[in-house]
Design a protein around this ligand. Structure first.
Ligand SMILES: Cc1ncc(COP(=O)(O)O)c(C=O)c1O
Length: 386
């Protein structure tokens, strides 16, 4: 590994039992320091303090543009993934295909936009089913048979539940050049080297794999995305001459900043910028390689203990998430805590943080800073409660 990668690792200090990066990723000391420095500038209130702290937006947009491949004018910042997806859902129009298995942040914007009469959501597939090109082709066939014209597909690059990594170029090919591809990249951006620019709209939050803490993320567009997705939820910062208070409606900006509603927290955007620059300094490829080797080690420990692994195993079909089954599916009634609840509590008691999903699954998520030394003990606890 490179010096940059080793230096990157040195910025983190989470407990060795932290295996929950798909929920949130403990931020680096560099992020904490930047947020504190910006707060100190705001506290001082010197002339120009506001300009200084808000200049972090440009740093974050530039770093996101470099890491994603989108041009900086095509990148806007958002306070969380949900708002980015709301922006897209309210602005895209037509009918959008969305899998039922998506995380709710990628469901409610479509449902609410449908309720507002703006974009129709067509849910397809079953919870836990992979969003493959074949599944999308079948959903498109169903829509065609029903006389529905599909304008876009919205999909997670990495599924929050199973860890399945979508084949974005193949999905792009499956929907064809005229439909828009909308990607929720939060479970993979910065830790898997994906061709993000195949998306027409990419939405990412900083709190998980980027380890930026909460409060900032990015929304980026292809030329087609920027042209076809309207800034229905754009606010006063999204227009030309925002500080010219003349009581008139101003034209929207030409670039992605047209999706701005108001100023973002500079503490969050500064933290986001620092986290993105830290990822750049290590290199996404090096981080991806480190995570992949840890996932291999985790899978080996789970297999050796006889734990039921539910996630995809091929390196091209996964990122940092490994889901395991506890008890037989549906083993406990829906309203009963069940074995997985006990396993989750036993993990916590032993110092391991993971996510409990339903009553029969536990989600583990490892990063480049995770030590494989803990995997055997985790596998044993999971086996004892299976
Ligand atoms: C796929 C996916 N999208 C979005 C989110 C979170 O969205 P937000 O940043 O709005 O909290 C999560 C997890 O919390 C997720 O797994």
């Amino acid at each position: 590994m490179t010096d940059g990668f080793d230096a990157y690792l040195a910025f983190f200090g989470e407990e060795p039992g932290y295996l929950n990066f798909a929920s949130y990723g403990p931020p680096s000391t560099a992020v904490a320091q930047r947020a504190a420095d910006l707060m100190a500038i705001a506290v001082g209130g010197a002339v120009g303090a506001s300009d200084v702290v808000h200049a972090e937006d440009a740093r974050a947009r530039a770093a996101f543009a470099r890491l994603s491949g989108f041009g900086v004018d095509s990148v806007a910042l958002v306070p969380h993934t949900s708002l980015g997806l709301f922006q897209v859902a309210f602005g895209v129009g037509g009918t959008v295909l969305v899998s039922r298995g998506e995380f709710p942040a990628n469901l409610y914007p479509w449902l609410r936009s449908r309720e507002a009469g703006l974009t129709d959501a067509r849910l397809f597939g079953a919870v836990g089913e992979r969003v493959t090109p074949d599944a999308v082709a079948a959903a498109l066939d169903d829509a065609r048979a029903a006389g529905v014209q599909v304008t876009a597909l919205a999909v997670s690059a990495v599924d929050f539940r199973t860890g399945f990594r979508a084949d974005l170029p193949a999905l792009r090919a499956a929907i064809g050049p005229d439909r828009l591809l909308i990607v929720d990249g939060i479970q993979g951006f910065g830790v898997v080297d994906l061709p993000w620019t195949v998306a027409d709209a990419l939405v990412v939050g900083g709190q998980k794999w980027l380890r930026a803490g909460w409060g900032a993320g990015a929304l980026a567009f292809s030329p087609a995305g920027l042209e076809r997705i309207r800034p229905i939820l754009g606010g006063w910062t999204g227009v030309v001459d925002p500080s010219h208070y003349d009581g008139e409606e101003h034209p929207v900006r030409a670039d992605a900043l047209r999706f701005g509603i108001s100023n973002l927290s500079p503490f969050a955007t500064g933290a986001f910028a620092t986290a993105l620059e830290l990822v750049e300094s290590a290199g996404v490829e090096a981080i991806e390689t480190a995570i992949s080797s840890r996932v291999d080690a985790l899978l080996a420990a789970l297999d050796a203990a006889g734990v039921d692994v539910l996630s995809a195993r091929g390196p091209a079909e996964r990122a940092g998430i490994v889901a395991v089954g506890i008890g037989s599916p549906g083993h406990a009634p829906a309203d009963s805590p069940g074995r997985a609840h006990e396993a989750h509590a036993a993990l916590a008691a032993a110092g391991y943080t993971a996510t409990l999903h339903g009553n029969d699954r536990i989600r583990l998520a490892v990063h480049a800073t995770t030590s494989p030394a803990v995997f055997d003990a985790v596998a044993t606890i999971l086996k004892d409660h299976s």
